[in-house]
Design a binder for this molecule. Sequence first.
Ligand code: 5AD
Ligand code: FES
Length: 363
Amino acid sequence: MILPEIERLIRCGREKQPADIADLTKLLAGDTASDNALFHAADHLRQQTMGDEVYLRGIIEFSNYCRRHCDYCGIRAGIPGASRYRMQPDEIVACAVRVWEQGCTTVVLQSGEDPWYNIERMETIVRGIKQHTPAAVTLSIGERSADDYRRLREAGADRYLLRFETSDRNLFSRLHPDSDYDRRLECLASIRAAGFQVGTGFMIGLPFSDTEMLARDILFTTALQPDMIGAGPFIAHPDTPLAGHTLWSDPDIYLRVPALLRLLNPWAHIPATTAYDAIRADGRDRVLQCGANVFMPNMTPGAYRRQYQLYPGKPCVDEPDTKCAVCVRGRLARLGRTIGRDAGHSRVAARVGCRVSRVGGSV
Ligand code: 5AD
Ligand code: FES
């Protein structure tokens, strides 16, 4: 069964036309029949555009120091008794080599906003990784100056992830006591201008949000034409101001979002984000069947993992260093999916400043 709303969204995605918010809110409200049709359509479209390969992006969470106070985040500044760590540049490069050796063609470096890693140190790390591995490098280190972004790109980093978290200006201010909505969007523009492949996205089920806001998040993401889209459930951390907020009562809302993102962004890389495994043991596997084509094994050295808890129930925190890279192979095999052998660069075509041409066929 293909519903008219789904057909219209697929057409908008293909023709890069703005979608009707009413189609999104209807499908976000969902029921078993429309969910089945939606998940099937997203999975089918992913198969046509991105194929059955899943790209492995090994993530190294190299510092849990953060200067910001985002209300939702478990590593925000000022949490009493938090134990903090910083990996040394040579330790990060050595870890990146292990990531590559484990079969991940991309290394993702993520941290809190930690000024200890000034631009010179970050350049050294990126250059070191590029010298010792052929891996693509993705950075996820928050807001920086336009000049820093340019220098990081020149040092060889390929991609940059910076979520806008919510497209609602008022909610953004409420959750970010020391960040600014316009500045976040300026950063995204500078990241693109620096020549990075750009990843952005938002959290699903934030307190004080509703399904209409989610529909707007989906439209906003699509309008940015990102190369990669990361969205995942918000999970309340007990040591933050948002402690006690529960998950939304309808668990399928969390799957409808990546499925709708896929319909509107047929060529984007969409990861099955880690937080999905915190709400269900097979959470990430299910997202891979609803439009996603990327998996990010945790490659942070075991000693540090427990301390990088953005939210409670984060999976894999007690696993040894390379367990996730092994585990993911079994998970993908059970889903009938293969592992992407190339770097998995952007397939979003005809983008201003895009240095990477689309690979693969067309739909
Ligand atoms: N629940 C879910 N996701 C979170 N993030 C931060 N805190 C939480 C939380 N409590 C996400 C943010 C950030 C990304 C690195 O992790 O979206 O951009
Ligand atoms: Fe980490 Fe399975 S993905 S142990």
